[in-house]
Design a protein around this ligand. Structure first.
Ligand code: NAP
Length: 501
């Protein structure tokens, strides 16, 4: 059952104004609109909770994370029902994403129990060292305090209320204030109920989690500007993310803003690989590009290939594959409009040829494919900007040197892909050092759309892929974002934090 209110420190509270959800199908529901006053209450409760939760044992936090996962699973059918209605995503996707969400919570629970993430270091005292003695020095990672999380429109579960940012902050020992995404308020509502139940079952301070629904831009601003918030996790648009990042930097006490803002995820198709399998790669690309209506941050929007017969085979295979894909519902009307605007920008750019024309309207997206030359790519910076949706751009370059120049021209990316065979090793060796400077994850002979939740995953990269290149928002290393190292000098064991022992 949807409550339609904010969850503030264990209480479901309404507000004077409401907004109605705008589902892709099914009934609309009313939700209380968030206010800066509610944000303030949630932040004060989070700070109060930090004094117990931030010093709780890893066993307590692991049990809490596992209980949240159990409570989400217990509401699985209700979450899938409202999630499919609100987002237009199919049932299989919502069920799969729920599996990823609870798997993430359980992985983080076992990860903190193992303890390696604390990065404990000890320089034992050297009292007889000359010319000066060395004190006893111990280092351990400590949680930073209350964290704000913005739910993402394109992952209503895995990157929203109980998604990666929330799981990482709670694992670290940080209370969380979520700003719910207005694209899926009902899904967020039921997931918040699951967290509320877990808080009660584990007897945790209720301020450890609050969720303020959106409906008003002042909510997002109030949460990043609140003096008790110590870091922000965000996935969304470049414009929105940059605005919030700037607010964080302008605070009297600036705080880190871990924003994941977008990427065109270029693929470099090397000549030997193209000679042997241009058609198969083109067909596979069409499938990857249109998965989930292309609404993945890792959607491979750009393919760079050396001009010639193999490039034509690749393009024709992609056109054929994309042509078979019908209209897909996008997450929101706004995202559908942004997609059409992005398409119009590409279409209107000098030197760009449209090779697959379809018609999309309202909240639907159909695929588009465009081709341009290396020179035109280099002359038009706008072609390197993300178009969120199933739109592909092939960049045909003259030769290997131009392929390298295109690689050098890229902005920061979440991923970069090389398609290569044995005969491509020399070119691959030239491209890799360039791509390493551009992307958080580099892969070969595959599509980047799937993001494994694991110890080794990096979902981040230089700006604008993320606002913090040293971090990842997926995988166990994401917990590190909400910790800071503290050095304890000559500290008696009795005063050391519990995590040290
Ligand atoms: P968004 O517009 O950036 O919004 C994300 C969240 O930030 C929402 O909760 C939004 O609040 C809030 N917000 C944005 N700008 C704000 C501001 N100036 N002040 C206060 N709060 C602000 O992203 P979106 O709604 O998810 O999708 C819009 C576009 O973002 C898409 O078309 C796509 O281009 C891009 N996107 C990229 C990714 C990615 O993975 N890189 C993922 C999703 C979307 P409201 O609810 O009030 O709007």
């Amino acid at each position: 059952m949807i409550i339609g209110k904010h969850l503030v420190a264990g209480n479901w509270v309404g507000s004077d104004r409401t907004f109605s959800s705008d589902p892709a199908h099914g009934p609309s529901h009313d939700f209380a609109i968030g206010t800066p006053e509610l944000v303030d209450q949630a932040c004060h409760a989070a700070e109060e909770a930090f004094w117990s939760y931030g010093y709780s044992s890893r066993e307590t936090r692991a049990k809490f994370l596992n209980t949240i996962a159990d409570e989400i699973d217990a509401r699985g059918d209700a979450i899938t029902e409202i999630g499919t209605q609100e987002t237009g995503l199919p049932e299989g996707r919502l069920n799969g994403e729920r599996g990823r969400t609870v798997g993430q919570l359980r992985l983080f629970a076992s990860h903190i129990l193992a303890g390696d993430y604390l990065d404990k270091r000890h320089d034992a005292a050297l009292p007889d060292r000359q010319p000066l003695p060395r004190p006893d020095l111990k280092l351990v990672q400590r949680p930073i305090g209350p964290v704000a999380v913005f739910g993402a429109s394109n992952f209503p579960l895995a990157f929203s209320t109980a998604g990666g940012d929330t799981a990482a902050a709670l694992a670290a020992g940080c209370p969380v204030v979520v700003k719910g995404h207005s694209a899926h308020p009902g899904t967020s509502d039921i997931v918040a109920q699951a967290i509320d139940a877990a808080i009660k079952a584990c007897d945790i301070h209720p301020g450890v989690f609050s969720q303020i629904q959106g409906g008003d831009r002042s909510v997002g601003q109030a949460v990043v500007e609140h003096p008790l918030i110590k870091a922000v996790g965000f996935t969304g648009s470049l414009a929105g993310g940059r605005a919030l990042f700037d607010l964080c930097a302008a605070r009297p006490e600036p705080i880190p803003f871990f924003g994941e803002l977008g990427s065109v995820n270029p693929m470099f198709l090397l000549p030997a690989a193209m000679a042997s399998r241009a058609e198969a790669v083109g067909k596979g690309w069409a499938g990857s590009l249109t998965m989930g209506a292309g609404q993945f941050c890792t959607n491979p929007g750009i393919a760079v290939v050396i001009e010639g017969r193999d490039a034509e085979t690749f393009i024709q295979a992609a056109v054929a594959g994309l042509g078979e894909v019908g209209p897909q519902t996008m997450l929101t009307d706004g995202i559908a409009q942004a997609y059409q605007k992005g398409r119009d920008t590409i279409r209107g750019t000098a030197g760009v040829r449209e090779v697959l024309t379809t018609t999309c309207d309202l909240r639907n997206a159909t695929p588009y494919l465009f081709v341009t030359t290396g020179k035109d790519w280099l002359d038009n910076e706008i072609l390197g900007e993300e178009v969120f949706g199933p739109l592909g751009l092939v960049v045909t370059v003259k030769d290997e040197a131009e392929m390298l120049t295109v690689a050098m021209s890229l902005q920061g990316q979440l991923t970069a892909t090389l398609y290569l065979d044995d005969g491509d090793t020399a070119l691959g060796q030239k491209l890799l050092p360039v791509l390493e400077r551009k992307a958080g994850r580099i892969l070969t002979n595959g599509f980047p759309t799937g993001v494994e939740v694991s110890d080794t995953m990096v979902h981040g990269g230089p700006y604008p892929a993320s606002t913090n290149f040293g971090a990842t928002s997926v995988g166990t290393m994401s917990i590190r974002r909400f910790l800071r190292p503290v050095c304890y000098q000559n500290m008696p064991d009795a005063l050391m934090p519990g995590d040290w022992g």
